[in-house]
Structures are given as structure tokens and as C-alpha cells.
Design a binder for this molecule. Sequence first.
Ligand code: VGL
Ligand code: ZN
Length: 196
Amino acid sequence: MRNRSALVIVDLQNDFCPKGALPVPGGDGIVPVVNRYLDLFMAAGVQVFFTRDWHPARTVHFKEFGGSWPPHCVQGTEGARFHPGVKMPADAVIITKGESPEGDSYSGFDGFDPVGLDFEASIKGRGITHIYLGGLAGDYCVKATALDGLGRGFKVTVLLDAIKGVDARPGDSERALEEMLAKGAETSTIDEIDFT
Ligand code: VGL
Ligand code: ZN
């Protein structure tokens, strides 16, 4: 049922796009299809969520402080803004994650909505049981969000044409997808989308 569904676009932010601080190769290539999904889901009355990676300048997530990554998506910077080509619906709900200086927070389920509800509470409160997932990076935050969603009993459909992986090791995206499928995720592309 379409109103038990949500479209969740993960971390489609400047720093994950070419020229950003932690670029996903071709990451901005998903923007046109994400806009098509937005049109389609909005027309069907489906609630849309955008997660954003939103780090303090000093966090154990960054290499300099013991983590894995160059500084990226620092709160309030241009790199942390959503890609300017995304047609963000006025009633989209933004889920903010990665604010703690003490953790990584890859999953959207580590994030909070604007009134401070965690993502699970925020979607459950809206009666949502099925999430359709797109965004960046396919082999990190999209994967983590999918696995958390499945683990919490949500139906998860990965939008294959609206994700893009880092592939730090060749094959990471492929393995991420296999793991999501093994845990029960379904997949779709824009031409196959069916809300019934
Ligand atoms: C992400 C690495 C570090 C992501 C966030 O959004 O996939 N990846 N922080
Ligand atoms: Zn991050």
C-alpha cells in the first residue's frame, strides 16, 4: 500500500559527488533518476525522506582522529549541503546522522528527524512499513540503512538505478548488494516501480 511506503534518499550531498571531499565516482549521475523517483512517489502521495551525513569538525569518523575518512559533510559547510540539482519536495523530512564526535553513523537509522525522533520512530509514527532506498554511497550508508531496516522488520526495496557505490575495493558495490539481497531486500528500477 503506497501510503505505508516511504522514499528514502541517502546522503545525496556535495561531498559525496565529484569535486567533493569524499567523492563517489559518478555519484551525481543518479540525480536525474532520483528526481524522476521524486516526481513519481510524490504523485502517489508517498512521504519522502532525505538523510544527511552531518559531522562535527572533530570526530572519530575522520582519519585525523582515528577513523577511516577524510573530513567530509562537516555541519554547515557547502560540502554538507544536498546536491543543488535535487528537486527536494517542500514536505520532505530531513534525517540528520553522524552528529556524535564518537561514532560513524553510516545508517539512516542512527539519525533523527527535525523534532528529534529517531528515524525508526519517525517512520513508524507515520505508519510506514516499506522503504524504497536510493542515494550514496551504495556500499556504505545505503547498505547500512537497508540492513538496519530489514533487521527492524521493514520491507526494503533498493532502487538499483538510484544508488552508486564508492568501490574502495573493486566489487564492494556488488558484495553490498548481495548482502542486502541475502537479508531479504528486494530491488527495482524506475521502469518496474509498482506501489500496489
Ligand atoms: C558515507 C563514508 C563516510 C556514506 C558516510 O554516506 O555512505 N560513507 N561517511
Ligand atoms: Zn560520514
